[in-house]
Design a protein around this ligand. Structure first.
Ligand code: FES
Ligand SMILES: [Fe+2]
Length: 403
């Protein structure tokens, strides 16, 4: 056995054993973080893409499920293995009032009640059978599910900025890679949800990583390194960054993060006072995968920005080859480079990581609240509190430095 190294010259030999932050990266049933995530509603599909033609496979929080819309239009989410002998309901046929297993034809409604067992002459067991199911609701063009204990099911929250979307107004619902790339190339991102969560409160990486990718990607004023503050709120953090503009005014940008996995970011371009136009969720698929969901209003039907490597108009991230990705790494490369699950034991956090540290602490508090039998932050059971007022915005202020 190796003796513990007494080398003080930084040799790679004899490094300390590695470990990850299991408390925040393990999301399966029964894990502390998984149980915390199961106390919230999560978006799992776009309503427009959930048709009654075929069921969809859905893996979320380490569970394999089947999502479908019955012939009457009602969405349902069932455990994927049929209660009879375990074939996947992914091969099932959708009918007006439920989904019929392809193997022996047992039919289940959206809450798992067994409606038929066509080959069973003594179907006395039918009423005692319940295919495991999860509650589903639709809002903002999204299908949401709640995977926790039914007696703890909170209200599905409303968000004022999404309620403000007028009928017929253009808005975008995207699944997959927004925030990681700009062109929806990945539907499921192959590393821990915590990498992107950490990135939410790591605004300074923009000045190195993003400038490598696309030069001065924002307005020149946005390229000024701001004075930053991380302000804890009830159930989240405001990240404030203040830049003093050449005309002497201060420009403050407020980004809002909400426990456990929601962020709202105001527009980057043009540099002007503006409220946030949308919110996005990071939804863990399992310990080493997630997808990101965005709902946002975009003025005139335009996305706000499309970053391209080295300001090259030829390719987007999804069109780059391996060599170009190494020459112009973006968020995906930086976060994938941390491994499927990052090693907490090898981090050396510094003062500019303080927002991320605050965020992890709040996630730990939410986990602890669930473990102690309470409710985590942002879980609400009465309608007044379940309306979330999103405060992320860009603001001009009188310069603090104009003294
Ligand atoms: S396995 Fe589903 S009905 Fe038999
Ligand atoms: Fe980034």
């Amino acid at each position: 056995m190796n003796e513990k190294s007494t080398d003080t010259q930084g040799s790679a030999y004899g490094r300390a054993p590695q470990h990850s932050n299991k408390l925040l990266t393990e999301v399966g049933p029964g894990t502390p973080c998984g149980e915390m995530f199961r106390r919230y509603w999560h978006p799992v599909a776009a309503s427009s893409e959930l048709t009654s033609v075929r069921p969809q496979k859905l893996r979320i929080l380490g569970e394999d499920l089947v999502l479908f819309r019955d012939g009457s239009g009602k969405p349902g989410l069932l455990y994927s293995r049929c209660m009879h002998r375990g074939t996947s309901l992914h091969f099932g046929k959708i009918e007006r009032d439920g989904i019929r297993c392809c193997y022996h034809g047992w039919k289940y409604d959206t809450e798992g009640h067994c409606l038929e067992q066509p080959l069973e002459p003594h179907a006395r067991t039918r009423e005692n059978i319940r295919q495991p199911w999860y509650p589903v609701e639709e809002r903002y063009g999204l299908v949401f599910t709640y995977m926790g204990p039914l007696d703890k099911k909170p209200l599905l929250p409303s968000y004022d900025i999404l309620d403000a979307i007028k009928p017929g107004e253009y808005y975008d619902t995207s699944f997959g890679s927004w925030g990681t790339t700009d062109d929806h190339s990945l539907s499921v991102v192959p590393y821990s949800w915590l990498h992107l969560s950490d990135n939410f409160m790591d605004p300074l990486h923009v000045f190195v990583l993003h400038s490598t990718f696309s030069g001065a990607q924002f307005d020149a004023e946005m390229a000024l390194i701001p004075r930053m503050e991380f302000i804890p709120t009830e159930g989240g953090i405001y990240h404030s960054s203040v830049r003093t503009l050449p005309d002497g005014r201060d420009f403050e940008r407020l980004v809002q993060w909400m426990v456990p996995n929601i962020i709202s970011v105001p527009p980057i371009r043009p540099l002007r006072e503006s409220p946030s136009l949308g919110i996005s969720w990071i939804v863990p698929v399992d310990d080493t995968h997630f997808f990101q969901v965005l709902v946002a209003r975009w003025p005139n039907g335009q996305r706000m920005y499309h970053s391209r490597p080295n300001n090259n108009t030829r390719v987007t991230w999804g069109e780059m080859n391996e060599r170009e990705r190494r020459d112009y790494p973006n968020d995906f490369e930086a976060q994938m480079g941390q491994g499927e699950i990052s090693l907490q034991s090898e981090e050396h956090l510094v003062s500019s990581d303080r927002g991320m540290v605050m965020q992890r602490r709040m996630l730990n508090q939410a986990i602890k609240a669930v473990q102690e039998g309470g409710d985590p932050a942002n879980v609400h059971f009465d309608a007044d509190k379940a309306l979330v007022k999103v405060g992320a915005r860009n603001l001009y202020r009188v310069a603090e430095t104009a003294k």
